[in-house]
Design a protein around this ligand. Structure first.
Ligand SMILES: C[S@@+](CC[C@H](N)C(=O)[O-])C[C@H]1O[C@@H](n2cnc3c(N)ncnc32)[C@H](O)[C@@H]1O
Length: 655
């Protein structure tokens, strides 16, 4: 009996392969499900003698807040095969070829060595067992499944099979191994000695506060509203909604057989998608016909297997192929349209805990065991490894620091009150005058439908905890964390630097500057002891003018100039603790800029400092931002370091 379904999606999100029940022997599937903090630190400081990987699979980082699994209207082939591993791209990066950076000594509880390619066993190699696969293959029970017996014509195609049709659940709750995970979630927010600022917990059985990105799911329903809400298309017209009560609009499955239902759902989805594509092409637009079709199917309740279950998904067979993530959604195979792990809550004794039920492995998280029978998966969300490469000299790595993923406030903020929340149901819609978050941003949502920042502003207000909108709201971008495969590399003359394996689109979110927030209101600008101090000093014009030129389209100019620029009181030191951002060097011709972003509190003097791409950035290009200009001292001497950025317009110094 298959206890969960697994798809490997390789080549930069371009391919999905199903591992589920691919063999006839009983097999243990091992899964490591990490919570979604950015980079997972491990305690060891191994700096590895690795070379940069030049064979990059072109991939735009998935914009956040929407399902951008594939931006093009011609989708990649997604197929289900028992074959196992993906062939190229990230999936092809062998464990031995390169090792991850992770590192920089956090005191985690696991004591594990970061000896894997992508952190699968950063928790000391512990993985969770979610169940055994079926001797007879995953589909053997499908036809007998009584839970699907209620399958009826279109209006009632959905079925709820939250119970396991194949007997008792043989699954291990996540809390059983969470103790070994370094970046786990906890309610404990205090400032103890632990190096992780990320919340932590133990496996004591204490109820775990889920990270917000996970809690966005509707856990009780296989096809949650979030799946629907993640679509960026307009909501289907009311006439579509009648489909569920008007079977003329849909293909009625000829019987209650789960296989026929799944096929009918997929056929209807595909027909709708083709038609939308046809209409889009006639209008020379390319508007994700798959998402439109999916939205209509969901709104019309034309779907199969709406309830979550552990094990067989009735009507789905090994060898089935899919071209779109939405197909997985509408047949109840994998509800989240973006996240890698679909999971449900189930009882373990008196406790509720999460169990992975379906995995779309994104390819960036290699099956470390190189074994098609075993999947060690750590890739739901942005728990990406960071690579460390030195092509230049014998330097084994940067000085020790503690890897953290959230800023650490040394003093309490003046207002920890959450921002006022919007009442948008589902997602915030552009142009909605009733959305207070849009109003807070000057009337428009700051991000486009693909998660790209529209223009630089004094402050961006994202939707936060007190908003009623869902996890997939487009106004939640930076808080979802990093989606880019970073590499820390040795530069020729500026120490270590940062670059990305992925091409990055202008306006994409890269990462947050995290470290210790120093709020003494004073900062000695002549004190260069802390090379890792971030301050909001006035950057050059290129950064200041990252705007669309409102005056060009008859709008009032919102440009900030060097004269009107006002620094914020926030200062962040990443000397002792930080993340990849601390490796971004200065350039007078930068390709990255910082942007203050608020989403969790009201203190505008202490926003999050988020980095965005100033322009399209090819893979392996050094990522740099403008540290800012503090001019000269009274004697005319630049109060700064000599700049070695090498750009033609180099100012010669930087802070
Ligand atoms: C935030 S750290 C950047 C990471 C640093 N390169 C490292 O090896 O850890 C800032 C320091 O990097 C070096 N640096 C950054 N940009 C530079 C530039 N344009 N020219 C010369 N040195 C630079 C300076 O030593 C600076 O104080």
């Amino acid at each position: 009996m298959s206890k969960f379904n697994c798809f490997a999606n390789g080549v930069g999100d371009n391919m999905i392969i199903n591992y589920a029940s691919s063999h006839r022997n009983t097999q243990l599937l091992r899964v490591e499900m990490n919570p979604p903090s950015n980079f997972m630190p491990t305690p060891d400081q191994d700096v590895l003698d690795v070379k940069p990987l030049r064979t990059l699979a072109p991939m735009f980082p998935a914009p956040l807040g929407v399902n951008t699994f594939n931006q093009s209207t011609t989708p990649p082939l997604i197929f289900v095969t028992p074959a196992g591993q993906f062939q190229e791209g990230f999936g092809a990066w062998s464990n031995s070829a390169a090792k991850s950076f992770f590192a920089f000594g956090s005191k985690d509880a696991c004591g594990g060595k970061a000896d894997t390619f992508d952190g699968h066993n950063a928790g000391g190699g512990k993985v969770a067992s979610f169940g055994y696969m079926d001797d007879l293959g995953s589909q053997n029970a499908a036809g007998d499944d009584q839970d699907c017996a209620g399958v009826q014509p279109a209006a009632h195609w959905t079925s709820d099979m939250s119970a396991n049709a194949n007997g008792p659940i043989d699954a291990i709750p996540i809390s059983d191994y969470r103790v070994a995970q370094p970046n786990v979630i906890s309610l404990d927010d205090d400032d103890d000695d632990d190096n992780y600022v990320a919340n932590q917990t133990s496996a004591s059985g204490r109820k775990i506060k889920r990270p917000s990105r996970l809690s966005g799911y509707n856990m009780s329903d296989g096809l949650s509203s979030d799946s629907y809400n993640s679509m960026t298309t307009k909501r289907p017209k009311p006439s579509h909604k009648k489909a569920s009560v008007n079977n003329e609009l849909a293909v009625v499955p000829p019987s209650g057989d789960p296989r026929e239902i799944v096929e009918a759902v997929l056929m209807t989805f595909e027909a709708l998608r083709r038609r939308h594509l046809q209409m889009d092409e006639a209008q020379e637009t390319s508007k994700r016909a798959d998402l439109k079709a999916g939205a209509i199917m969901m709104a019309s309740n034309l779907r199969a297997n709406s309830g979550k279950r552990i094990g067989v998904v009735p009507g789905v067979e090994i060898g089935d192929i899919f071209y779109f993530r939405m197909e997985l959604c509408v047949i109840g195979l994998h509800a989240p349209s973006m996240a890698g792990i679909d999971y449900m809550t189930t009882k373990f004794g008196d406790e509720d805990d999460s169990v992975a039920i379906c995995i779309v492995a994104a390819g960036g998280y290699e099956n470390n065991d190189d074994d098609t029978d075993v999947l060690v998966y750590s890739g739901s969300g942005e728990n990406l490894p960071v690579f460390l490469v030195n092509d230049i000299d014998d330097d084994k790595g940067p000085h020790h620091f503690t890897y953290i993923t959230q800023v650490k406030h040394l003093k309490p903020l003046s207002s920890m009150k959450p921002l006022q929340g919007c009442r948008c149901l589902g997602v915030c819609l552009p142009g909605d005058a009733n959305c207070c978050c849009a109003q807070h941003n000057g009337g428009n949502l700051p991000y486009g439908s693909s998660g790209l920042l529209v223009c630089r502003k004094p402050m961006v207000y994202e939707c936060g905890e007190s908003c009623q909108c869902s996890y997939n709201c487009r106004n939640k971008v930076t808080q979802k964390g990093v989606r880019i495969h970073f590499e820390v590399f040795k530069t020729g003359n500026r120490g270590w630097g940062l670059r990305s394996w992925d091409p990055i689109r202008a306006g994409s979110f890269l990462c947050e500057y995290v470290g210790e927030v120093i709020d003494d209101g004073r900062c000695d600008l002549n004190n260069h002891e802390d090379d890792y101090m971030f301050q909001t000093l006035c950057p050059g014009e290129k950064t200041l003018k990252w705007n669309y030129g409102p005056e060009l389209i008859g709008e009032q100019s919102t440009n900030i100039s060097a004269d009107t620029f006002e620094p914020l009181p926030i200062k962040i030191s990443a000397k002792k603790m930080g993340n990849v951002s601390r490796f971004m060097n200065h350039s007078c011709a930068p390709n990255v800029f910082w942007q203050p972003v608020q989403f969790d509190h009201e203190d505008d003097g202490h926003p999050h400092i988020m980095f965005f791409a100033l322009k399209h950035i090819p893979p392996m290009t050094e990522l740099t931002y403008d540290y800012g200009d503090i001019g000269t001292d009274s004697g005319g001497v630049p109060r700064a370091k000599t700049c070695l950025c090498g750009s033609s317009n180099c100012r010669g110094f930087f802070i």
